[in-house]
Design a protein around this ligand. Structure first.
Ligand code: GCW
Length: 665
């Protein structure tokens, strides 16, 4: 028998494998939720209104072709009465489409909306949509350093290639801006809030200009984090005192220089007098003095200052109280182009925190929420943890500070004044951008909620799944369910019932509830936060017997938190020191309830693996294996968390585990 020619055989193998190989290349997650498959058509696009030479409109036209839109389409950019970014889309009976907006970016947003509608299989024959963004600035904060590393980044190195810029322009700059625009994100702070002065040097500004040029057609404004000591370190001045004439002049000149390169530059983000960073308090001045000085420098150019309220000092008797105590007295004192950036909770992006009491407490001050999209305290890019439920928990929380409209989203999303919302990005140079494929959903969800905080978390999850993986209901339904459960699962196996900050020091990944060191700041140890002893566990923050942090909330919340019987179990150990044998709202003893939560979290992680394993038919093999592998790590870690925490707490209370619970191993 003639031997099968070797070359022909390899060719056949290659041909058989080629489609898979191509899928693998195309499907490594690089495209995010923007499926770039070939759906080209040639809709007839006509442009009315001004600026028909706009690069943004050209992109909108190309995107319309890419998504396969059909029929005559009009871009009308003459609608003066619409806020920036807002748009309307009209189409009746499958005929012509009219997209109206006040400026080109609204048109581009509308085209991405059409893409979403098509791929989520909504009715596109009859469309009558009007959309307007809730927040004026929808911001990603990158904690990227000039050396290419990312603080709390879990998806590789920075996508900003400082050593190549300005000569080499990575295609990722445009891809990033496009992804942001597709969900309405319109601002990007390129560098870490722990800012190095060098970012304002001529050398770096010329690089930043190139990035800004790439972002501009997609409506994404560049912002920079600035180091308050820059006039000294970079400018060679003797001081960075905000009252010093030369310092003021230095910032004014710097602002002018930046705007000459980047005319639509957004402004500065500042972390001052926090975790060792420089600030106005170094010179006996206040946060108001520092922020207003920078605001004056930016005002002639239309820039804003986002000034962070993340402050805590070892001298504070209770870390959760400090931002409120320090900032509330400044209400009404900041200039109107300053906005105070407040983390969602009073500590630091924990798996669960009550909302920061600053929201609603400074009615004469612009205030914005800062979320963390990167999962510093939620399993990094190893754990599947869909964050929209966490974001919603804050946005929907009612502060009871105003007679009406007192939820955090209502307070912060006002249209009458400067409004913004920020998320610390989870983006790096990994091929799939975010390390974990499902972590892309958190970038997506942040953008969607920044546009419309009334959207539901499950609605966004389903949308993301359809756009990114498969629109098959047999996939979307169980996976939406899994995503919706995932954050609670993480809370259960890490820090249930109001426990917080019992992480291992520095990396914040694994458990270390036992962590303390003789000469260390108390608020950097874990035992400070859980306060477990033979009798009970939890931080007493009541006014009656504890630190009094409950006093920072308005009635009736203050009373609800203050009273052990009415404090929701999910915040119980945040506000109360509770006896191990006390009964919780579940009717269990506290110890039993804690055990059950940890065990439930572990069982949930196991169920996620089982659910995912059934999804093989709907997902390409590379993504299927990637997510499966990550879920293995997650389940392993869930067991680690449960065992470490329960065995440690048991070493303190000496109580038995509930009979019917799986023992720590
Ligand atoms: O959560 C802490 C992080 C720091 C971070 C800081 C902040 C950028 O552990 O890495 O620094 O918060 O938000 O400023």
């Amino acid at each position: 028998m003639k031997r099968f020619p070797y070359k022909l055989k390899s060719l056949l193998v290659a041909l058989i494998c080629l489609p898979n190989a191509l899928t693998a290349i195309a499907d490594n997650g690089h495209n995010l939720w923007l499926n770039d498959s070939d759906r080209h058509t040639s809709p007839q696009v006509s442009i009315t209104g001004k600026r028909n030479d706009s690069p943004t409109l050209r992109i909108a036209e190309n995107e319309l072709k890419r998504i396969g839109w059909e029929g005559a389409t009009t871009f009308d950019t003459g609608k003066r009465d619409m806020p920036e970014g807002a748009y309307s889309i009209m189409r009746t009976g499958g005929g012509a489409t009219t997209i109206s907006a006040s400026s080109p970016i609204g048109v581009l947003y509308a085209v991405y909306e059409l893409d979403r509608m098509m791929r989520c299989q909504q009715d596109i024959l009859n469309i009558n949509v009007k959309e307007s963004p809730a927040y004026r600035y929808r911001v990603l904060n990158h904690w990227d350093n000039p050396d290419g590393t990312i603080e709390r980044g879990y998806a590789g190195f920075s996508i900003w290639k400082w050593d190549e810029l300005p000569d080499v322009v990575s295609p990722r700059y445009e891809e990033y801006a496009r992804a942001c625009a597709s969900v309405g994100i319109n601002a990007s702070v390129l560098n870490n809030v722990n800012a190095k002065p060098i970012i304002l040097s001529d050398e770096y500004l010329s690089k930043i200009k190139v990035i800004a040029d790439q972002f501009r057609p997609y409506g994404v404004k560049v912002f920079l984090s600035v180091n308050f000591a820059s006039p000294k370190v970079l400018g060679g001045l003797a001081t960075a005192d905000p009252f010093d004439k030369e310092v003021k002049a230095w910032w004014k000149a710097k602002a002018k220089e930046i705007y000459s390169l980047i005319p639509d530059f957004g402004g500065f983000l500042v972390k001052a007098n926090s975790e060792g960073e420089a600030g106005p308090c170094d010179y006996g001045r206040t946060h108001v003095d520092g922020a207003n000085m920078l605001a004056d420098a930016l005002r002639p150019h239309g820039g804003i200052v986002m000034w962070r309220a993340f402050v805590y000092a070892p001298s504070s008797p209770d870390r959760v109280m400090q931002a409120y105590d320090e900032f509330k007295p400044f209400d009404g004192k900041f200039k109107d182009n300053v906005i105070i950036q407040v983390k969602n909770g009073p500590i630091d992006f924990q798996p669960r925190e009550p909302f920061s009491p600053l929201f609603g407490s400074m009615p004469k001050t612009n205030l914005m929420v800062e979320f963390q999209i990167t999962q510093e305290y939620l399993g990094a890019s190893n754990h599947l943890c869909y964050l929209a439920p966490l974001f919603k928990e804050t946005l929907d929380a009612d502060t009871h500070r105003m007679p009406a409209k007192s939820t955090i989203k209502e307070i912060t999303a006002s249209n009458d004044r400067l409004s913004a919302i920020a998320g610390v990005a989870n983006i790096g140079d990994d091929p799939n951008w975010c390390g974990h494929l499902f972590a892309q959903s958190n970038w997506y969800a942040f953008g969607r909620l920044a546009w419309n905080p009334d959207m539901k978390a499950d609605e966004i999850a389903a949308e993301w799944l359809k756009l990114t993986l498969s629109a098959d209901p047999a996939f979307v339904s169980p996976m939406t369910h899994l995503m919706m459960e995932s954050r609670e699962a993480v809370v259960n196996y890490m820090m249930p019932m109001g426990l917080h900050h019992i992480f291992a020091r520095d990396h914040h990944y694994g458990p270390a509830p036992w962590f303390e060191m003789p000469d260390m700041r108390r608020d950097w140890t874990a035992t400070y936060y859980h306060q477990a002893d033979a009798d009970g566990i939890g931080f007493d923050r009541t006014m009656a017997t504890g630190s009094g942090a409950t006093s920072q909330y308005a009635e009736p919340i203050r009373l609800m938190f203050e009273n052990k019987a009415t404090c929701p179990d999910k915040y119980l150990l945040w506000f109360h020191h509770v006896a191990w044998t006390d009964k919780t709202q579940n009717g269990l003893t506290l110890w039993e309830d804690i055990c059950r939560h940890y065990d439930k979290g572990l069982q949930q992680a196991r169920q996620f693996q089982i659910a995912w394993d059934k999804m093989r038919p709907y997902v390409d093999s590379e993504k299927f294996a990637h997510v499966g592998d990550k879920l293995k790590i997650q389940t392993h870690d869930a067991q680690w968390w449960k065992d470490a925490c329960l065995l440690y707490f048991q070493s303190i209370n000496h109580l038995p585990f509930p009979d019917d619970m799986e023992r720590p191993v």
